[in-house]
Design a protein. Structure first.
Length: 229
């Protein structure tokens, strides 16, 4: 029988939480905020009367959703320094750091999914309210800002938060870049002390606990929004 060592979990928990979990949560929050902003802009482009804008946003969404996230992580990690160097005419790759590269990757990738969520939210707002906004003398952007988007965000909040939970779980993929997220921190300790079972069980428990609690809160929020309607 395997001799499970609880003591090593207690001893390394501060490092795993303060270093690994904080990194994971920071990346999750920043990437989700950036993804929602960019995803909303893409949704507006997809619903635009301009065929060029609609085609451009649609192509972006379909491309990003068709590629594995792990491939995109490697792509940006190795290509972004060359792209930044080319844009700044530095003549050499510019180091931007693993966290920045991961943040750009997750923001761009999640924007494709947030775009579809926001597009559904915008289309869920009755057309009569849009017409009422135009009747009051508002232009397209004012109608979107003051009438449509507030309702779209309210309707889609549970789905946006659910996608954020998925993002929280997907951030574990930055482990392949040797970044010290929760999984990376657990692996560092496991490799150092030879206690892989304990570390990965503890990391899995944290992922499960946060995801489960967040999903229950989303469920309650969804119920309140349904009652408000």
């Amino acid at each position: 029988m395997y001799d499970f060592d609880w003591e090593i979990i207690l001893r390394t928990a501060p490092y795993l939480i303060q270093t690994g979990l904080v990194f994971t949560l920071k990346l999750t929050v920043l990437a989700s905020l950036g993804g929602i902003v960019l995803g909303t802009l893409l949704a507006l482009m997809r619903l635009s009367n301009s065929r060029a804008l609609s085609w451009l946003a649609g192509g972006y969404v379909n491309l990003l959703r068709a590629l594995p996230l792990l491939l995109i992580i490697f792509w940006f990690y190795f290509l972004v320094p060359y792209i930044v160097g080319w844009l700044t005419q530095a003549g050499r790759p510019i180091a931007i750091g693993g966290f920045t590269s991961a943040l750009i990757t997750f923001t761009l990738f999640e924007a494709a999914y947030f775009c579809e969520i926001m597009r559904a939210g915008i289309q869920s707002v009755p057309a009569g309210q849009t017409g009422a906004g135009y009747a009051l003398g508002l232009n397209y952007w004012q109608v979107m800002r003051h009438v449509v988007l507030p309702q779209a965000f309210r309707n889609m909040t549970p789905l946006l938060l659910t996608q954020t939970i998925v993002l929280f779980q997907d951030t574990s993929l930055v482990y392949v870049l040797s970044l010290t997220d929760l999984l990376g921190a657990a692996n560092n300790v496991a490799q150092r002390d030879g206690r892989m079972v304990e570390m990965f069980v503890f990391a899995a428990s944290i992922y499960f606990l946060i995801s489960y609690v967040a999903s229950r809160l989303v469920k309650r929020l969804e119920g309140r929004i349904a009652v408000a309607r």
